[in-house]
Ligand binder design. Structure first.
Ligand code: HEM
Length: 441
């Protein structure tokens, strides 16, 4: 069995300040020096394998997925705040619920949600102040949260309770990152009552959702069908339905998994547009030359350049920039042996920028995906993960981002004074800020 190249704990300690701020340049340097897969000793964590090798990604997520589970970050640390829904659960519990919920996210089912999503998008975009320099990252966060919220609770008046829920969700994520980045303060966080405060807030969020579900159950007649209806109607094999606790866990997961990732991608996308006036004109032409100028389910393929821009943005800045797994048994990848308990971090960020697979890898090439054979590119392109745990909301996110892009290029010219966008790699890959100016056309 071969041994993987190794980065020592000493080297990690020497670079710890930089790693804490932004670990990506450190990983890049290691990949360039040591190859596409290496081992690293992380103080307090033990040995971790980093890989940007497409074969490793395929083996871990698809071919040998049964030999791996998700890491404790998602299944314990995050679950503490948001419960055990699809993103955070494992084994039979996960399998049963994935089977139940999957149909609600099927492209054909989403067709019925498009008009609700579209209205939420148009309402949120109206909150952008025209002709003013503004950071759009928070705006995109609000938009993505409202789109999930309205897709779930289409008939409720939710703006206020949702902004409370959004702030609870985000505060709890901040706490989780604090716990993750300073594991040595764990006991202190417990003693000082900080964790309890956040758990109380999480309980408050669950109560808010419970009230909305109660309201829904009291409604006598409904003429629309939303995600909550689908979750309420979903049944286990024996015909029974989800408990209220499980339902709330799943709803919380949809908010958590579905808003930040989309907001990140949209913010980076708008930055790329703002930097390229010609691209905005080409997109404007693509959007307005389309007969009705409106978007329907069947129209998706009619916007190849817009779709390519979205894909290219997630190639350069994949919101899920790492995907982690732990080997739950001794296993092999090629000529390497992995002991039970080994943590594997798949660097989607590095794979998406790998010079052996992408021409002009570092640059945003707007039309890169227009004629690309996706069957081939799929080996190097994983914005939504792969295998059985692949993002359940990928079609939802595709439609949402396309509708936002269409609405924006129809109505505005966007400009920016920023020379580059600074990244902020947290649980997902965010921009620090994206200050843009929206001039009505
Ligand atoms: C651009 C937007 C999005 C990106 C880049 C993204 C990315 C991902 C990735 C990479 C995973 C797999 C994680 C892993 O294997 O460990 C995932 C899982 C998941 N995503 Fe998304 N996602 C996006 C939007 C959404 C939306 C809009 C929703 C729901 C409304 C959603 C719900 C979920 C759920 C529930 C899971 C867990 C699935 C399971 O384990 O069965 N995501 N997402």
């Amino acid at each position: 069995m071969k041994k993987l190249p190794h980065v020592s704990a000493l080297k990690v300690l020497k670079n710890s300040r930089q790693i804490l701020k932004n670990p990506l340049p450190f990983h890049y340097e290691n990949f360039e020096k040591l190859g596409d897969t290496f081992r690293i000793s992380i103080p307090g964590e033990g040995k971790v394998i980093f890989s940007r090798d497409p074969e490793w990604v395929k083996q871990v997520l698809q071919k040998k997925h049964r030999s791996y589970s998700k890491s404790k970050l998602q299944t314990k640390d995050l679950a503490k705040y948001i419960g055990y829904g699809l993103l955070t659960s494992e084994g039979e519990h996960w399998r049963t619920h994935r089977r139940m919920i999957q149909p609600a996210f099927h492209r054909q089912k989403l067709k019925g949600l498009l008009s609700i999503m579209h209205k939420a998008i148009v309402d949120e975009l109206e909150r952008i102040a025209p002709n003013t320099d503004e950071d759009v990252f928070d705006k995109m966060g609000d938009l993505a949260f409202q789109v999930v919220a309205k897709s779930l609770f289409s008939s409720n008046d939710i703006r206020e309770s949702m902004s409370e829920l959004k702030s609870i969700t985000e505060e709890n994520q901040r706490m989780l990152i604090k716990e993750m980045r300073r594991p040595y303060l764990k006991t202190w966080f417990g003693w000082s009552g900080e964790i309890k405060k956040h758990l109380d807030e999480a309980k408050r969020g669950r109560d808010l959702l419970n009230d909305l579900i109660e309201e829904r159950l009291k409604e006598e007649e409904r003429n629309s069908f939303d995600l909550l209806d689908m979750l309420l109607e979903a049944t286990y094999e024996d015909g029974t339905k989800m408990s209220r606790k499980q339902l709330i866990d799943e709803v919380l997961i949809l908010f958590t998994a579905g808003h930040e990732t989309t907001a990140n991608a949209l913010s980076f996308l708008l930055y790329f547009l703002a930097k390229d006036e010609n691209l905005q004109e080409s997109l404007h032409q693509e959007v307005t030359s389309h007969k009705s100028g409106k978007f329907s389910f069947e129209d998706m393929p009619k916007f190849p350049l817009a779709q390519s821009c979205i894909k290219e943005t997630m190639r350069i800045y994949p919101p899920a920039y790492f995907i982690d797994r732990v080997a739950i048994e001794e296993t092999e990848i090629g000529s390497f042996n992995l002991k039970k308990g080994t943590l594997v971090l798949l660097s989607i960020y590095e794979l998406h920028r790998h010079k052996s697979f992408w021409k002009d890898a570092e640059h945003f090439v707007a039309d890169r995906f227009v004629d690309l054979d996706m069957k081939q590119a799929a080996d190097y392109y994983y914005p939504f993960g792969a295998g059985p745990r692949m993002c359940i909301g990928n079609a939802f996110a595709d439609y949402e981002m396309l509708m936002v892009l269409i609405e924006i290029v129809k109505k505005y010219h966007i400009t920016t004074k920023m020379d580059k966008v600074e990244i902020n790699p947290m649980i997902s890959l965010k921009p620090k800020e994206v200050v843009l100016n929206f001039k009505p056309r």
